[in-house]
Design a protein around this ligand. Structure first.
Ligand SMILES: [Zn+2]
Length: 158
């Protein structure tokens, strides 16, 4: 009966990166899959209310979310431009007004519409690239159980 316990023995292995990204794309916590992560549509809470995972793990976290949002918009615009080039090759007399209006409308609306998903997706990518350190795991546990009840008592929400 000589056994030592590691953090992984107690908490279980972290989810795979595919699971984390799927959760992020569903606006869920990448660590536990919990919901209700937003203060309002565009503002992520500081921590997951279910597991206590802190989303902004270091300054500049939201730059990654903005970058993901920008990449999504650029992908849509790239596909639109390619479709326009194909269409224009068959319709040389076609105008430019509709494509320009569509580009402006999508350029203004998509970043606003997609921002919540880009935040949780970036949180998932960040967590997949940089696994939690022991201190972050302890801080997360303390955030959902501030009394520090380590004796197996019921946790909030259970
Ligand atoms: Zn969580």
């Amino acid at each position: 009966m000589d056994r030592t316990f590691e953090v992984e023995d107690v908490l279980g292995p972290p989810p795979t990166w595919q699971v984390m990204v799927k959760r992020g794309l569903r606006r869920r916590c990448p660590r536990c899959g919990g919901g209700a992560l937003f203060v309002h549509r565009f503002r992520l809470k500081d921590r997951c209310p279910t597991c206590g995972y802190r989303f902004e793990r270091e300054p500049g976290f939201f730059l990654g979310a903005w970058f993901l949002n920008f990449m999504a918009l650029e992908t849509v615009h790239f596909v639109g431009i390619m479709a326009f080039i194909l269409w224009k090759s068959g319709h040389p007399q076609g105008g430019l007004i509709l494509p320009i209006v569509l580009a402006i409308v999508t350029g203004l609306s998509l970043p606003v519409l997609l921002y919540p998903w880009s935040q949780t997706a970036w949180a998932a990518i960040d967590l997949a690239m940089t696994p939690l350190e022991l201190q972050e795991i302890v801080d997360a546990a303390d955030a959902v159980d501030p009394a520090g009840d380590d004796g197996g008592g019921a946790r909030p929400g259970q």
